[in-house]
Design a protein around this ligand. Structure first.
Ligand code: UDP
Length: 141
């Protein structure tokens, strides 16, 4: 077992509906620790850069506009196999396909407004954590 760190976002639709605490509760109940967190509002450049891999796809502009539409919470989560475990906790991207009891099944509005983000690989986690946090912002226990 490896102690991993992953990057997560509580997206604007969830912040707007006062779901930060509910989502943090699920994360902590699953045994993961929040080792860094902050609220911010993405600029167009930040949103486009974060989702650069999706540039040119039909949903890209809608996604960027959504991610800039209100404040978000960004977190670094730590735990055993945190990357895969948080993806499991989130459920599939499309909430209609997300398993019962997952964050997206319970909270997502639709495919784009799907409440949460989580890194999908160790490489993405490293890139995404450093996109939003300086090393000294991560709190070791
Ligand atoms: N998305 C969308 N339509 C699609 C695919 C993705 O609106 O057909 C949005 C959705 O908000 C998703 C984000 O783009 O969370 C990033 O897509 P990705 O395939 O990376 O899914 P994720 O890793 O977030 O599950």
């Amino acid at each position: 077992m490896t102690l991993e760190r992953t990057f997560s976002i509580v997206k604007p639709d969830a912040v707007e509906r006062n779901l930060i605490g509910a989502i943090y509760h699920r994360v902590e109940s699953a045994g993961m620790r929040i080792v860094a967190a902050k609220m911010l509002r993405l600029t167009k450049e930040q949103a486009e850069g974060f989702y650069a891999e999706h540039q040119g796809k039909p949903f890209f502009e809608k996604l960027v506009n959504f991610m800039m539409s209100g404040p978000i919470m960004v977190q670094v989560l730590e735990g055993e196999n945190a990357i895969a475990r948080y993806r499991e906790l989130m459920g599939k991207t499309n909430p209609e396909e997300a398993a019962c009891g997952t964050l997206r099944a319970d909270y997502a509005v639709n495919y784009t407004f799907n409440s949460v983000h989580g890194s999908d690989s160790p490489e993405s986690a490293a890139r995404e954590i450093s996109y939003f946090f300086a090393a000294e912002e991560l709190c070791d226990r």
